[in-house]
Structure formats: C-alpha cells, structure tokens
Design a protein around this ligand. Structure first.
Ligand code: NAD
Length: 420
C-alpha cells in the first residue's frame, strides 16, 4: 500500500462514505449518527501459553456494526497491524455488503493482533480457542457468525466451532461459516467469490454492450478469487483470458490462455510467471492490458489517479476488497468504464456463507448445483438493483451500491424504531 494511503484511517473513510450517501438520500439527525457508530465493540486481552512454556497476552477485537437486518456476519483476521478502527471500518463494509445483496445479516468483523507466520499450529489453536471463548458471549448463530479472513482458514473456524460447542454442551455448526465440509461447510463456498464476480460481470456486459464470449479478460491476482473468476469466464462464458498475474509478476498471450493450465503451472512452480508461450509483463501492465474486462483480485489501492486513465477495460469487476481509490472512480466514471464495486462483485463469498449458515441451522445440506443456482439468482438480482439506481441517479455503480445498501439498513432501522 502506498504510504499516503496506508496512513488514512479506514474508519474515517467508512464514515465519509456514509455521509456522502446520507446527503444524497436526505438521511440526517439520529439515523445518520447511528449509521456512523458501531453498535457493539468488545476488546479482550487474554493470555496464551506458548510452546516454550512462557505465556503472552494478546489483544483481540470483535465489532458488531449494525444488526438492524439480522445477525452480524464478518470474518476474523490475524495480523500484527490489526487496529480497532480497521476492524470498525471492515465491520461497516460488511454491513453494506450484506445489504447490497439483500441477505438477512448485519455486519461485523474481528481481529487479533498477532503474527501468525511466527506461531506454531499449537499456539494458533490455543490463541483461537481462548479468543473464541473470550468473545463467546456475543457470538452465536442468532447473534454474530464469524468467518475466515486474512490468515485464518477453515481449520480456525473448526476450532471456534468446537470451542463454542464445548461451552454449550452440544454441537453448534451455525456459529461460524467457512468450515470444512465434514463439519457442516457448504458445497461451493471455496469458489463462491470468483463465481459471483463472473456472474455480475456477465450481467454488466449485457448492459454495456461488451461481448463476453470471445471477449478479452485480464486478472490481477491469480489466487482463490481471481483464478475462479477466470475459470468461470472461460469455461461457462467463452471469454479469452489474455493476462494474469500474481505477486511474482504477470503473463500475457494475445490469443488467450487456458486458465486451468495456468493454475496447474502455478501449483507446480509457485507462480504464473514462466508459463510456456506467454510473454512476461509486470503487475502494473496487467491493469493496463488491452482487454474488455479487468478483474482486480489481489490487493487494495491498485487502480489510482495515476493509472486509471490508461485502463482500457470497459468493465472492472472488483473481486478484491478496495482495489480502486476514490479519485480513480471519478476518472473511470468520466471514461464510462463500469466499475462493479467490491461490495457487489465479491459478495458471492458472503452469500454462500449465508447459505452455509442456513443449511447448518436446518440440518439439511444442498447439492453443489443448488448452491450455485441460488448464488446466481442473488448475484443477478443484486446487480439489477444496483444498476437500476446507477442509471436513475446517473451515479457510478459504487455509489449506487451504497445507496441500495444504506437505504435497506435505514428502512429496517426506521420500521423497528428506537427502543424503548
Ligand atoms: P489469495 O491469497 O488466494 O490470492 C491473492 C492473489 O494475489 C495471490 O495469487 C497473490 O500472489 C496475488 N498477489 C499478491 N500481491 C499481488 C500484487 N502486488 N500484484 C498481483 N497479484 C498479487 O486471496 P483471495 O482469497 O483470492 O483474495 C483476494 C482478494 O479478494 C482480497 O482482496 C480479498 O479480500 C478479496 N476477497 C476474497 C474473498 C474470498 O472468499 N476468497 C471474499 C471477498 C473478498
């Protein structure tokens, strides 16, 4: 992340976004204030026994931003740079993401300040179980359902599920999502983010007049979300994947790659770089590649005022969180590039997490085809909701998604009223 951007307080940014949309919607007074405050925050300091016999105190946060529309949903990240304001901002964004795709959740986020790369599996298990225990009074299938995020995974979720279940005295699979299938995870969760992104790109292409079949696609970040989006655009929609990259660099081929073969190459060598027959390009080049569709699926702040003008894509599907800075949004809007914002384009992940929870609490599991069909319905409907507002209000799709989301949260708050 560039220095100037890393020093911006993310919660200030999140609140500014609320103000902009509240101005547009005429939301003022107490309602606006609620939208700019997390409902509940829990900070815990807790000891963990380390492998050398000593113990250390760790600090963790869980923030439940807004639960007007249902239980809170959001990941838990393990990272040395976790701050309370970052967790607050991420919890706010989860609130808007769940509302954009109209799943019955509020938003939450959690984080533990730690360096997981320098901890053993045993230490991570003890940290996870103690943190889960410390926050157990405010999580649960009807209150707040955590999920994996940066440096946490399905194993972490299994430990949280087990710890919570031990406290209750019975198994509670619906307390977390992103679990292994053997523990009540959902079919299709692993590829849901990339798949959902491919669906909204397909829908936008119809409105923009871009042909996906035979059209060209560049993908920055060939990881979970990026590689799945590429595979689906290639397999199911007939697109040509002409450029992809990972942290080691990028590759280009004018007549397109078979993304499955690139995936195999990455599995074997650790990178897409060096794929036979491809031209080596830089990560910056991937963004500026001549392509109809661009999928940023790596890091935040990649599309900036410096390169936005050089982007040739007509559609950008934000599989990553926060890849486009606000100044770039304006430039792209003027250039008539449709940016499908993260809270819409990568919401396939939380949508299938919602399906996982729904399956867990019913104790009835769906086959993959049913999961994908329901995901497609949600993504197509949500794209339509956002595109309608973008067209009617003549705003870019990011603003439109915030309008849709914040209006839904406000409607729920208003109809419930203020207690008592
Ligand atoms: P991942 O770790 O599987 O993949 C990330 C990829 O980006 C890797 O291939 C990595 O090599 C590459 N990368 C790292 N630095 C890069 C750089 N400077 N330039 C180009 N590529 C670079 O992670 P993921 O789960 O696919 O997540 C990617 C993005 O999608 C993140 O922003 C994440 O927050 C977002 N996202 C993911 C999910 C999900 O369900 N996986 C859901 C919502 C949002």
């Amino acid at each position: 992340m560039p220095k100037s951007e890393s020093s911006i307080n993310p919660f200030e940014t999140a609140k500014r976004q609320v103000d902009i949309v509240a101005d547009m919607l005429g939301i003022n007074g107490g309602v606006r204030e609620i939208l700019k405050h997390p409902k509940r925050e829990l900070t815990v300091n807790f000891p963990v026994r380390l492998d050398d016999g000593s113990s250390r105190v760790f600090t963790g946060h869980r923030v439940q931003y807004n639960m007007a529309r249902g239980p809170c949903k959001g990941g838990i990240r393990y990272h040395p740079q976790v701050t309370l304001d970052e967790v607050r901002a991420l919890a706010a964004w989860m609130t808007w993401k769940c509302a954009t795709v109209n799943i019955p959740y509020g938003g939450a986020k959690g984080g533990v300040i730690c360096d997981p790369k320098h901890m053993s599996t045993g230490e991570l298990e003890r940290l996870t179980r103690r943190f889960a225990s410390e926050i157990s009074s405010i999580i649960g299938p009807e209150i707040d359902i955590p999920a994996p995020d940066v440096y946490t995974d399905s194993q972490t979720m299994a430990w949280i599920m087990d710890t919570y279940s031990m406290q209750k005295g019975y198994s509670v699979p619906g307390v977390v999502t992103g679990k292994p299938i053997s523990l009540g995870g959902s079919e299709g969760r692993g590829e849901a983010t990339g798949r959902g992104c491919a669906y909204v790109v397909r829908e936008a292409a119809k409105d923009v007049g871009v042909r996906v079949k035979g059209g060209t696609v560049a993908v920055q970040g060939f990881g979970n979300a990026g590689s799945v989006a590429a595979n689906i655009l290639y397999d199911e929609q007939g697109a040509k994947i002409v450029a992809v990259s990972d942290s080691k660099g990028g590759i280009y081929k004018a007549d397109g790659f078979n993304p499955h073969a690139v995936e195999e190459h990455k599995k074997k060598t650790g990178s897409v770089v060096g794929f036979p027959g491809a031209k080596a390009i830089s990560n910056e080049d991937v963004l500026e590649t001549k392509a109809d569709i661009l999928i940023p699926a790596a890091l935040e702040n990649q599309i900036t005022a410096k390169n936005a003008d050089r982007i040739s894509a007509k559609i950008i599907g934000e599989a990553a969180n926060g890849p486009t800075v606000p100044e770039a949004d304006e430039i792209l809007f003027q250039k008539k590039v449709v940016v499908l914002p993260d809270i819409l384009a990568n919401a396939g992940g939380v949508t299938v997490s919602y399906f996982e929870w729904a399956q867990d609490i019913q104790g009835y599991y769906w086959p993959l085809a049913e999961v994908n069909q329901r995901l497609e319905q949600v993504m197509v409907r949500s794209y339509g909701d956002v595109h309608k507002v973008a067209t009617e209000r003549k705003v870019h799709h990011r603003t439109a998604a915030y309008v849709v989301a914040i209006q839904r949260v406000v409607d729920a708050m208003r109809i419930r009223g203020i207690y008592p």
